[in-house]
Design a protein around this ligand. Structure first.
Ligand code: HPA
Length: 301
């Protein structure tokens, strides 16, 4: 069957490839060097930007196809530079489905980062704890995902370099996870491991939804991350994810939930997060795990 450009299934997802390439061309010209890693900063975690050496900020407003993200606490810019000597790209502010952004817009920063050279995605987010043992301020290393957003940015045309049916049996790279545990141990930061469930939002969950997600195997719930990780895996990037638990899920404490609490907890935890990521980035600089499949590397002889 012949595909007619711009119509029906198989179309170029509304020119998404062109949008990504146009933004990557502008970003690439502004960055002093090719970043190895995209580090996505979740709600309130923008303080991580302070540890970047020789930072070069590139506001989303200067990139074609990057609308204003639009939530308090989300600045909307990339920052190029180095951390622990490794060239990185930070993303402060992200697009959420609950703001009305399309799945393609939500993942555009990841695709653009891949085009300018990043082969690793380190993603953070703010999340509600579904396990009563996860107190506010805890960090959770992500082992797996539950997509309760029921959207997927890979629907439609396959973009160059991405797979049609990406394997998701190991969304997070085992070596990166191992390094995160080591770095946390070194820095004396407690780090648990678990499953992140993404919901659409913007309303927080009901107590029954919190119980349901916990029974389905999730440890944390938030409104981001899953689309980005899925696209990163489709593009063969290796991925690590950390949730900052900002509050107990609805019904697990007597408190009601509000966004200011989420931001405040993020600011408090930024130092621990920064130490953790520094440790991982240092290990990445010293010896990269293989890109591609999330399968464990062969044992060292
Ligand atoms: N639910 C969903 N998203 C969140 C929460 C929560 O409790 N806390 C921070 N982001």
């Amino acid at each position: 069957m012949e595909h007619t450009h711009g119509e029906g299934p198989g179309m170029d997802a509304g020119g998404e490839q062109e949008r990504v390439e146009a933004a990557a061309a502008v970003l690439g010209r502004r960055l002093p060097e090719r970043p190895r890693v995209l580090l996505v900063l979740g709600s309130g975690l923008g303080g991580l930007a302070d540890v970047v050496e020789s930072p070069v900020p590139v506001p989303f407003a200067e990139l074609p196809g990057f609308p204003p993200p639009g939530v308090a606490g989300h600045a909307g810019r990339f920052i190029g530079g180095r951390i622990e000597g490794l060239p990185v790209l930070l993303q402060a502010g992200r697009y959420h489905l609950y703001e009305g952004h399309t799945p393609a817009t939500v993942v555009r920063p990841v695709r653009v980062a891949a085009v300018v050279g990043a082969d690793t995605l380190l993603v953070t987010n703010a999340a509600g704890g579904l396990d009563p043992r996860l107190a506010p301020g805890s960090l959770l290393l992500l082992d797996d995902l539950l997509n309760f957003q029921f959207r997927n940015a890979l629907v439609g045309a396959v973009l160059p370099g991405e797979e049609r049916f990406p394997d998701m049996s190991s969304p997070f790279h085992p070596t990166l996870s191992k390094w995160a545990m080591e770095a946390a141990g070194e820095a004396g930061i407690p780090l648990s491991r678990g499953v992140y469930a993404a919901v659409l939002g913007p309303s927080y969950e009901t107590p029954s939804e919190v119980r349901m997600l916990a029974r389905m195997g999730a440890h944390a719930v938030g409104m981001s991350t899953v689309l980005e990780v899925t696209v990163a895996r489709a593009a063969g990037m290796r991925v690590m994810g950390v949730s900052l638990i900002t509050n107990p899920g609805a019904g697990l404490s007597l408190a009601t939930l509000d966004h200011d609490e989420v931001l405040e907890e993020g600011r408090r935890a930024a130092d621990g997060m920064a130490l953790l990521f520094r440790g991982v980035l240092r290990r990445l600089r010293e010896g990269s795990p293989p890109v591609g499949s999330g399968a464990p590397p062969p044992p060292a002889s």
